[in-house]
Design a protein around this ligand. Sequence first.
Ligand SMILES: Nc1nc2[nH]cnc2c(=O)[nH]1
Ligand SMILES: [Zn+2]
Length: 436
Amino acid sequence: MPSPTATLYRATVLHTPDSPFLKADALQVQSDGGLLVESGVIRASGSYGDVRAAWPDATVTDLRGGLLLPGFIDTHVHYPQVRVIGGLGLPLLDWLGQCALPEEVRLSGDSYARGVARDFLGGLISAGTTTALVFGAHFQGAMHAFFEEAARRGLRAVSGLVVSDRLLRDELHTTPQRAYDEGKALIERWHGVGRALYAVTPRFSLSASEGILDACGALMREFPDVRFTSHINENGREIEVVRELFPSARDYLDTYERAGLVGRRSVLAHNVHPSDRELGVMADHRCTAAHCPCSNSALGSGFFPLRRHLDAGVPVSLGSDVGGGTGFSLLKEGLQAHFMQNLMGAEGVALSPAHLLYLATRAGAQALDLQDLTGDFSVGRQFDAVHLQPAPGTTLDTVFRHADSPERALAAAFATGTPADVARVWIGGDEVHRRG
Ligand SMILES: Nc1nc2[nH]cnc2c(=O)[nH]1
Ligand SMILES: [Zn+2]
């Protein structure tokens, strides 16, 4: 019997439980759909009429007039960089030195860090993101502040202390022992607590000695279900420096591989310039590449070789890479991915709205090994959802009113949607954002 707390969401529902890269017709659409949610979990789905008939006592929430999508999953976004979005015109290493790192130093102050965490979470959730792999800060206090604020907002946050011991700035450097000790303490405090998970996070091999990568490896061995994230193969100059710093490594990936950091729960951001060997190893381990198209464009990092990743069998997800990226919207990231693949001509992959939705949702859940929990609207998943409903009189509202199918409306959402079109957001059935 349905409990009195069951809610039936009535909406135009779209999701991609299967990958459109592997299966035609992967986009599932219910023009007048129903999702029955009880205790935050989806118990039934189908046409509104069918679900209503089976659950006549459920309270109906009427969301007709927009699109109900799975909450977006951002698999690469930096919490300390929200206030420095927009440093355009610099390549990676100059941008880090001039824009990102001076701000990251300020997070040594706990109250400053808490303010940044609040700004970050407000921006992320109001853009429709419900799960995120969040590149953390270099300071333990800032990470406690982040996890506390993320819990308060209800985000599914996967994050960890960022560790480095060379070539950044002294204030951001640690030691292998301290990286291990602080990482262990944070894992024991936060991993698996509420919706939080921990990710071991060396910044990138350029700023990490073998000692610090080994300390990360020790944490991964001791806590095998934590996640791993870092950067790889983003920028030509960065790759040259890594080659000089690790003369015996076969390539950039090998610097992580030798430390035991490449696995099913590893997500490496960018991978704009991979070798075939690196792609083969990532595929063998089911290690995901987080594609960040706005960042790659803003920092001039290059065109992401999506075709080569797909052909090699490497999983790919999407990231906003704020603040190298230009904002929190995964709609915008999807559009930019589409543009860049188009501009690559024969080497590019034609990305349909179904591909974009998959990359922004289910692919991220798989990257984080959370596919049984979130990322689509299958029965048994958490109700993590975003309701796109443009305000009356806006351009997207006009297009929605005249779209001849939900698929066309979805394409328009990627083409012209912004966080202003996000009307409501739920995580685990809790409403975590409602447009003012
Ligand atoms: N885009 C980007 N790449 C990085 N590589 C190392 N740190 C960073 C960062 O903060 N942003
Ligand atoms: Zn990044």
